[in-house]
Design a protein around this ligand. Sequence first.
Ligand SMILES: [Cu+2]
Length: 264
Amino acid sequence: MNSLSPSKFLGIPENFAAHGGRVDHMIDVVHWLMIALFVGWTLFFLYCLVRFRQSANPKASYYGVRNHVSSHLEIGIVILEAVLLLGFAFPLWKERTDTFETVQKQDPVRVRVIGWQFGWTYHYPGEDGKFGRIDHRSKTSASDPGIDLDDPNAMDDFTTSVLKIPKDRPAILMITSNDVIHNYAIVPMRIQQDAIPGRSIPMWFTPNKELETSVVCAQLCGEGHGNMAGQMEVVSQKAYDDWYADQTAGALKRNAPKDATASR
Ligand SMILES: [Cu+2]
């Protein structure tokens, strides 16, 4: 079946997310319908070229088509499309959007993703699992997530330019933007979400294989839009934990109160 699936022969990258199979299935059934329509319309077009050629039809017909084949065909297509929408697309959408409560109970990894002109910054909550307060006035550059270091929860927070998450564990990415509307898209994870300034929108998925891949901006956002390809890594839980502990320790050291006279 795989070689017969349009999502494969049209060259979509391999799926690496737990829910991705259903997205690919949706892409497959929609493409099969489109292929059928394309072939049908092409045959009909060729038929018309021959059947209604000028030499055989010097005079126009004032009656046109008198049977109901076309109406029946159209009703058939409408039914098929309704099946695709109600039978496949809606249930997939429902599953994607209604699972947030469940996912939150499955010990997810949480990362804030900040889009900016032109790149991505990742903000991890550190070992306490709590993100520090965000203060937009404290931002010093386009890519600054604006973490307020006066908040005790921020002491162990760290930021990266590459997204790192563990395999087989749900990841909840909170997508936001520092400037204009971007769109955070990970094709191998079959997921994307608009990054809107002033909003923090959750997007969740479970990577089921280790990989290094790229993330892209899927919303034209300015002259550097094409440079917004970033990197992400899915690693083993152990590698993730080690890396996370390292990063947290680094942050705690950086943010440790200096001597009392130094102003922050
Ligand atoms: Cu962009």
